[in-house]
Design a protein around this ligand. Structure first.
Ligand code: CAA
Length: 260
């Protein structure tokens, strides 16, 4: 990154890049600058050979309480349409090729829930609350909520959340399949780091291909997705790490992957 970010904190732990949203007074309300800073940091980690996985997290009280309502309040249709306000750069998060884990505690509402869903999987603290309350503001989700939430939790529950604006707690989110694990609040970062470090120990090309292949399940047909998977499965036999991984298994030892 060229300048020091104002609204996110960046650190590393081993080969894991950790990005902490940092607008505590506004419960990490998301504005264009914050998302710009987040995207720049994710891209920098994505390009960094020393990094194998990333974590996006917030504070204990809020992962993010949504897009910045104060900043949006007086905007007109043409203001937001012309500038693609708040939504113009979000899709760039999908272009990150290494895994990104969302470690969510507290509120993940509106754009906060959408940001968590843009990550590859969500680990939640037991105090996490998810929701798409935009309807209460006479708008709808604008960063993928009406599309990613039904894919994650099915139409009925997504409709319920989007139309009533109610919040769903961590246990309900896990039952619904939005989050992969729920852990006590004080264990959240340990759990996310453990998952990230596990991923970092695998061969990076296979990790990146796995991410790309799972994402295919959400874009396009089952036939195309399965064909992509098959071709990439075959392609991984061209890597030295595939030889090492399988030879190590046969020889009953730990693999020493070259590409991490
Ligand atoms: N934008 C701007 N400021 C916000 C905010 C947001 N989304 N959410 C909270 N804040 C601010 C509050 O205004 C308050 O600021 P002050 O101390 O200066 O008054 C501060 O954060 C603390 O918030 P509360 O006092 O409201 O805290 P609470 O614990 O009583 O309630 C809450 C927490 C339930 C999350 C409540 O703040 C809330 O409902 N926030 C709004 C949630 C929301 O509607 N999100 C959707 C936004 S639209 C969107 O995201 C569009 C999109 O799809 C991209």
């Amino acid at each position: 990154m060229t300048s020091t970010p104002e609204f996110i904190q960046i650190r590393t732990e081993g080969r894991v890049g950790i990005l902490t949203l940092n607008r505590p007074k506004q419960l990490n309300a998301l504005n264009d600058q914050l998302i710009d800073e987040l995207v720049a940091a994710l891209k920098a980690f994505d390009a960094d050979d020393e990094i194998g996985c990333m974590i996006v997290t917030g504070s204990e009280k809020a992962f993010a309480a949504g897009a910045d309502i104060g900043a949006m309040a007086s905007y007109t249709f043409s203001d937001v349409y012309k500038s693609e306000y708040i939504t113009h750069n979000w899709d760039l998060i999908r272009s990150i090729r290494k895994p990104v884990i969302a470690a969510v505690s507290g509120f993940a509402l509106g754009g906060g829930c959408e940001l968590a869903m843009l990550c590859d999987f969500i680990i939640a603290a037991d105090n996490a609350k998810f929701g798409q309350p935009e309807i209460k503001l006479a708008i709808i989700p604008g960063a993928g909520g009406t599309q990613r939430l039904p894919r994650a939790i099915g139409k009925s529950k997504a409709m319920d959340l989007v139309l009533t604006g109610r919040m769903m707690d961590a246990q309900e989110a896990e039952r619904a399949g939005l989050v992969s694990r729920v852990v006590p609040l004080d264990k959240l970062m340990d759990e996310a780091l453990g998952a990230a470090l596990t991923i970092c120990n695998y061969s990076l090309p296979s990790v990146m291909v796995a991410k790309e292949a799972v994402n295919r399940a959400f874009e396009g047909s089952l036939t195309d997705g399965a064909m992509f998977e098959r071709r990439m499965f075959h392609a991984l036999f061209a890597t030295a790490d595939q030889k090492e991984g399988m030879t190590a298994f046969v020889e009953k030892r730990k693999p020493e992957f070259k590409h991490r």
